[in-house]
Design a protein around this ligand. Structure first.
Ligand code: AMP
Length: 222
């Protein structure tokens, strides 16, 4: 019997490790990693119409309007085989987005099967995000204190100069946390009421967190 597509949402504050863990979950369970943040940054880099509109919101730490992100997500979902499930990273972020996602998945005979909530305290978030550096060429992610590159400021893999995301500056991180609390935390109750929220302590190292997620995922019924 062929298993039904499995759709997983990663929830948590900015810097909780959603990107890192979504990539690992996607690889381990053969899902498409779908990060709206990555898709938006790509639009900004390519200077598309959407990128130009999204850029100012992103640089201020605000949410890009639901309609813009929703269209981008729908296009991405429709351009892949319907049988391939997704690890959604950074989507949904509002209750309206959660409803849109339900609708898009229902069209494909799918649903949100499990929501992995990575819990991390604010102090740890600030420490993680303000030290985060990434490689503009290959996307590798480093941390100035906990995971420095071999040569300061240079990517180990491709030697490109590492950059700090514009929205990882201290004051923007604080705004992103505020926006998360106001708009995204209501989703915790929504998914908890549906019975598919699984809370995991995201404060330890990436390997340890992934082991916990893998355990949780192993118990998800398709
Ligand atoms: P992330 O990489 O997930 O932290 O996203 C970076 C930024 O992209 C966010 O601070 C928002 O400005 C924007 N963004 C990403 N995903 C969404 C979304 N689902 N809705 C609105 N804005 C988003």
């Amino acid at each position: 019997m062929v298993n039904r597509a499995l759709d997983v949402v990663l929830l948590g504050p900015p810097g909780a490790g959603k990107g890192t863990q979504a990539k690992r979950v996607a690889a381990a369970f053969e899902l498409l990693h779908l990060s709206t943040g990555d898709l938006l940054r790509d639009e900004v880099t390519r200077r598309t119409g959407l990128g130009e509109q999204a850029k100012a919101f992103m640089n201020r730490g605000e949410l890009v309007p639901d309609t813009l992100v929703g269209k981008m997500l729908a296009t991405r979902l429709h351009s892949q085989p319907a049988a391939l499930g997704c690890a959604f990273d950074g989507y949904p972020r509002t209750t309206a987005q959660a409803q849109l996602l339900d609708g898009l998945l229902a069209e494909l005979n799918r649903r949100v099967d499990v929501v992995l909530y990575l819990r991390v305290e604010d102090d740890e978030i600030l420490r993680r995000l303000t030290g985060r550096r990434s490689c503009p060429a290959c996307g590798a992610v480093y941390h100035t204190v906990t995971q420095p590159p071999m040569v300061g400021g240079v990517c180990d893999a491709c030697r490109a100069t590492l950059v700090q995301r514009d929205d990882d500056r201290d004051e923007v991180v604080r705004e992103r946390l505020r926006v998360y609390r106001e708009h995204t935390t209501p989703l915790l109750a929504l998914y908890r009421d549906r019975g598919n929220l699984r809370e995991v302590d995201g404060s330890s190292g990436a390997d340890e967190v992934f082991e916990r997620l893998r355990e949780v995922m192993g118990r998800v019924r398709r």
